[in-house]
Write a protein that binds this ligand. Structure first.
Ligand SMILES: [Zn+2]
Ligand SMILES: [Zn+2]
Length: 194
């Protein structure tokens, strides 16, 4: 396995360097890639790390890249606004075609494979890695499955403090079920009468 350093441009690999048995590339995701992927998003880059493992196979004019992207994203919980760590694990299945190839249209049915273009000299993994990073940010972020969030009444973190406001709702629903019980108790008599 050839490890790639964190310098810029390291995600580009020369096609002529890919041996017939394939070339394994991988390593930590460069900070510049994380910055580019998450620009404008609410992501804590200091708490975000990741790595990738890809095998490149050269066949004809095409280069197939298969592997995985793994990352831990530093995000913010939508409910309690505290730090949330989201694990991302995405498969990579990308076919690089020569510039202006019309193969793309023929293979459109193969949904499992993404397509990119190489420049006849090298393939660049930056695009696919950046795309997978962006896609790994969930629509709703939870620090944990059962996060209780902030109290809508007093704003305290209900994971940490039982401010008591939650019980108001319990009492109200208790009253509702009590009323319901009275109604259902009343009904049997009515049915007996008729
Ligand atoms: Zn939370
Ligand atoms: Zn409260």
């Amino acid at each position: 396995m050839r490890l790639v350093g964190p310098q810029d441009g390291c995600l580009r690999h020369k096609i002529k360097d890919i041996p017939p048995e394939g070339l394994a590339v991988g390593g930590p995701l460069p900070p510049s890639l994380l910055e580019a992927a998450f620009a404008g998003l609410n992501v804590d880059l200091a708490a975000t790390v990741g790595s990738y493992d890809v095998t490149l196979h050269h066949s004809g004019d095409d280069v197939l890249a298969t592997g995985r992207l793994r990352a831990t994203l530093g995000l913010q919980c939508d409910r309690c606004l505290k730090a949330a760590r989201i694990e991302a694990d995405a498969p990579i299945n990308l076919l690089y075609l020569p510039p202006d190839a019309d193969e793309k249209a023929d293979d459109e049915d193969e949904e499992a494979v993404d397509y990119a273009e190489h420049d006849n000299h090298s393939v660049d993994l930056e695009g696919i890695l950046r795309e997978l990073l962006i896609l790994s940010v969930p629509m709703t972020v939870r620090c944990r499955e059962d996060c209780r969030g902030l109290c809508p009444t007093c704003g305290q973190d209900r994971n940490e403090i039982d401010c008591g406001h939650g019980e108001v709702r319990v009492a109200a629903s208790g009253l509702a079920s009590a009323l319901e019980a009275i109604v259902t108790q009343k009904n049997p008599k009515d049915t007996l009468k008729s």
